[in-house]
Design a protein around this ligand. Structure first.
Ligand SMILES: Nc1ncnc2c1ncn2[C@@H]1O[C@H](COP(=O)(O)OP(=O)(O)OP(=O)(O)O)[C@@H](O)[C@H]1O
Ligand SMILES: [Mg+2]
Length: 461
């Protein structure tokens, strides 16, 4: 079964990798040491052969000398308990002249007379250790030919290599434990910030989105993540606050018309009245209900516009045509205030025709409602390289600058009670802003107190 903890998983992976690494390194070291020992053994044998040859040349001139004075050569062998020296008469039949050293009993292979002479040969000693054998044919001063066989018992080399293998095998589990433990500890420590992430995540609720990750001191990868998490919390916080504000506003907006309706109904029912009075009350209630119904349908529209999955009927839109149509629709309400609506300029854009119509009519209804009686409302189209704009301007009292930033918020009105009396829901400009966001455009407002107000829709070209 795979461990689920990252620290454990990484610890085990590091251990497995270290195991492979240690085995590879130990094998490599074993091969190198064993090769070096072999080279040194061969060099030792060659050197010793050279010394023996030298002694023979100096003091032993015939085979008889060798048999009579073996002590001349003994000095070369005594004290080196792993060398064994055998000297044979090279002529046929081979005759052993002397045998000296640690392994005198060992039966060394003797090459056939006249056959090829190997530099080195290998064989096993009685105890099972490797024995390296070197051969050399030497002509004595007397002209006699002898064969020197020098063997080296490699017991000490084998013991050394065995000790190396043994210590590696004993040390390996400890090394692996240490490496695995260190790996686990380093990862465990490195992941400490993640536990802080978890703590924050456990404490975040819709009611408390004020918590933020500590960014300083984090490694780079986690710092980016912490930044992203903080940004997400910040956005969520804003959205949740907006939502809470919206439900507050909504309850507030619904309360007064509902109270009105209830009050009227209760007062009317408190005593018998003539049918004419009932009719009047019902008419006034219907007006109030119509306003409520309008508010609900505008809120539904706003909600649908703000849906990420909304489907738009995008296409080319002649803004002049649409502005003309909306102006015609509002002709009668403008006439009631003796106002005139004029459309100037040309402009084309891409968008949803009905939505754009709705945005223009929201601006035009405001302009007529707040415009000075008898004045002219102008809709001006302007095509520029990077954008197309549509401005709706009316003469009027204007809007104080402190209201301008909040004008596009839902239910925001400059004069709440007056606006309500006029039948406004306070959602018109919020809808305009949502429509413009859908079109990747924006809406701006300019107002000159006591003079005029202009709302401008900006569409990207
Ligand atoms: N042309 C304008 N001149 C002066 N004030 C304006 C103008 N247009 C909008 N306002 C102010 O902005 C407020 C918000 O306008 P918005 O269109 O969002 O709501 P509304 O007109 O009150 O209601 P609705 O449009 O939903 O019927 C208005 O109540 C009004 O005070
Ligand atoms: Mg309006």
């Amino acid at each position: 079964m795979k461990p689920t903890r990252l620290s454990m998983r990484l610890g085990l992976t590091v251990t497995a990798m270290s195991a492979v690494l240690v085995v590879v390194m130990a094998t490599f070291a074993y091969a190198t040491i064993s090769h070096q020992l072999e080279v040194r053994a061969q060099a030792g044998l060659s050197e010793k052969l050279g010394q023996i040859e030298h002694s023979l040349a100096e003091s032993l001139s015939s085979t008889a000398d060798i048999v009579l004075h073996p002590h001349n050569l003994r000095d070369q062998i005594i004290g080196h308990d792993n060398f064994t020296l055998t000297i044979l008469d090279a002529s046929v039949p081979r005759k052993r002249l002397m045998n000296l050293g640690s392994n005198e009993a060992l039966e060394l292979p003797v090459p056939d007379a006249g056959g090829p002479l190997h530099d080195f040969r290998r064989m096993k000693s009685g105890e099972g250790y490797e024995v390296l054998v070197a051969y050399k044919e030497v002509r004595l001063a007397s002209g006699q030919q002898i064969l020197i066989i020098l063997s080296l018992d490699r017991k000490s080399d084998v013991t050394l290599l065995n000790a190396f293998v043994k210590s590696t095998l004993i040390g390996l589990p400890f090394i692996l434990l240490l490496v695995g433990g260190c790996g686990w500890w380093v990862v465990h420590r490195g992941l400490r910030p993640l536990r802080a992430f978890r703590k924050i995540a456990e404490r975040v609720t819709a009611r408390d989105l004020s918590l933020r990750m500590q960014v300083t001191g984090l490694p780079d990868e986690l710092r980016d993540l912490a930044h992203a998490v903080n940004l997400m919390l910040h956005r969520l916080d804003g959205d949740v606050q907006q939502l809470a504000q919206f439900s507050d506003d909504l309850a507030h907006e619904l309360r007064s018309p509902l109270n009105n309706l209830m009050g009227k109904a209760q007062v009317t029912l408190s005593r018998d009245r003539p049918p004419q009075e009932y009719k009047q009350v019902l008419e006034s209630c219907t007006e109030e209900l119509e306003r409520l119904s309008l508010m609900v349908s505008q809120m539904l529209f706003l909600a649908s516009v703000n849906q990420p999955s909304i489907r738009l009927a995008f296409g080319p839109v002649d803004l002049y045509e649409e502005a003309r149509k909306v102006a015609d629709l509002f002709a009668s309400s403008a006439e009631e205030k003796a106002m005139l609506v004029q459309v100037h300029g040309r402009g084309r854009s891409q968008g949803d025709r009905l939505m754009i119509q709705r945005a223009i009519s929201n601006l035009l209804s405001n302009a007529i409602r707040h415009g000075t009686a008898g004045s002219t409302v102008t809709i001006t189209l302007n095509e520029q390289p990077d954008e197309v704009s549509l401005a709706v301007r009316n003469a009027g009292d204007g809007i104080e600058s402190e209201h301008l930033p909040r004008l596009f918020d839902r239910f925001y009105r400059v004069h709440p009670s007056r606006s309500r009396l006029q039948g406004g829901t306070g959602l018109g400009l919020a809808i305009v802003r949502s429509i413009m966001t859908l079109h990747r455009g924006r809406v701006t407002v300019e107002s000159e107190l006591g003079h005029s107000t202009a709302f401008t829709l900006h569409f990207p070209s």
